[in-house]
Design a protein around this ligand. Structure first.
Ligand code: PMP
Length: 361
């Protein structure tokens, strides 16, 4: 079979070495004569596997001691309501930055539990989508928390700076750029991420929560979404998604072998630079995001002539460049180039784009 490059936004490409390891040990995991999916989450072998995954993640992200790591279910959307439910004891006001589709949906969900104030929204400046900097808005010291999304998967917008919350905990949806670059975890109250981009298969949700924030859950918070209750049970209050957790552990091992987050960040920068310069150096393709806000994970672009969209998708697919269709809300194209996408994949895409322009431009 021809090698393909999968640019899916999520569930997304996993490192080949990880899949090969999972395949090799599928029928006989840990010498048990059975797969990892078929053993108790309370048995010693799985607990060791779960603990190793957490330790590796802690080392990759340099997570400080006073933060708990939870391996939950419910996806990114599950956190859109879990965060307000778990922090409601801090007050009724939450402030949000809205930078695209996902942070907007987070507002709609939080409104069921809190009084939500939208501090600012992405605006258009000189024809480019631009995120207002913190000089243009202010976090209210009385807010229970401040919420934003570090990378808007649909819109291709990424925020490279960390908002300063003062005493107000900063909560970040990092579903689509966690582990893609170095990060100071201590600047955040809560970080959460659905696994299906940079972590592993879907079904698993990571929550990294500062310990002092565990005391504020509403009484009616369902037990499986109650952070404190999950902390007390090592994320095993209910049966965890064991296969996804195991696979996430393999992805963390892979990332450590690559040289960790600092090493992958370098490659990610180079991949994004290559792709954006191909777009910027052509009138045939365009990207509508201000340079400072361009995502290094989800590169959105439009063809100047949208009548060519279907031909572009058909021919790129035939060349093994899969899942380039933009989200239906945005149209055009989107190349998701998470950690598992090698530089060669981006080079192959750029070559295809240039050839497509030569023939159709
Ligand atoms: N936040 C972001 C940034 C996302 O990209 C997604 C899904 N792609 C979600 C939240 C929702 O995640 P889930 O589908 O796991 O609920």
């Amino acid at each position: 079979m021809q090698d393909i490059f999968n640019f899916s936004a999520g569930p997304a490409k996993l490192p080949r070495q990880v899949l090969e390891k999972a395949q090799a040990e599928l029928l006989n995991w840990n010498g048990l004569g059975t797969s990892v999916m078929e053993v108790s989450h309370r048995g010693k072998p799985f607990i060791a596997c779960a603990e190793k995954a957490e330790a590796d993640l802690r080392s990759l992200m340099q997570i400080p001691e006073n933060y708990k790591v939870l391996f939950l279910q419910g996806g990114g959307r599950g956190q859109f309501f879990s965060v307000p439910m778990n922090l409601a004891g801090r007050g009724n006001l939450t402030q949000h930055l809205v930078t695209g589709q996902w942070s907007q949906i987070a507002v709609a969900e939080a409104e069921k539990y809190m009084s939500v104030e939208v501090l600012a929204k992405t605006k258009t400046v000189d024809g480019y989508l631009s995120v207002p900097t913190q000089e243009e808005w202010q976090i209210n010291p009385k807010a229970a928390y401040f919420h934003y999304c570090t990378n808007e998967t649909v819109d291709g917008i990424e925020i490279d700076w960390i908002p300063e919350g003062g005493d107000v905990p900063v909560v970040a949806d990092m579903s689509s750029n966690i582990l893609s670059k170095q990060l100071d975890v201590s600047k955040f109250g809560i970080i959460y991420a659905g696994a299906q981009k940079n972590i592993g298969p879907s079904g698993l949700t990571l929550v990294i929560v500062r310990e002092d924030l565990l005391a504020y859950a509403r009484k009616d918070t369902p037990a499986i979404f109650n952070y404190q209750q999950q902390v007390n049970n090592d994320s095993m209050y209910n049966t965890p998604p064991t296969f996804s957790w195991y696979l996430a552990g393999l992805v963390f091992e892979w990332l450590l072998e690559q040289g960790g987050v600092a090493a992958i960040e370098k490659i990610n920068k180079e991949k994004a630079r290559l792709l954006y310069s191909a777009i910027d150096n052509s009138d045939f393709y365009r990207n509508q995001v201000a340079i400072d806000n361009r995502s290094k994970m989800n590169v959105t672009f439009h063809l100047a002539n949208s009548h060519l969209d279907s031909l572009f998708l058909e021919q790129s697919f035939a060349q093994g460049l899969h899942a380039l269709k933009g989200h239906r809300f945005v149209g055009g194209m989107r190349a998701s180039i998470y950690n598992a996408m090698p530089l060669e994949g981006v080079k192959a895409l750029v070559d295809f784009m240039q050839e497509f322009e030569r023939v159709n431009g």
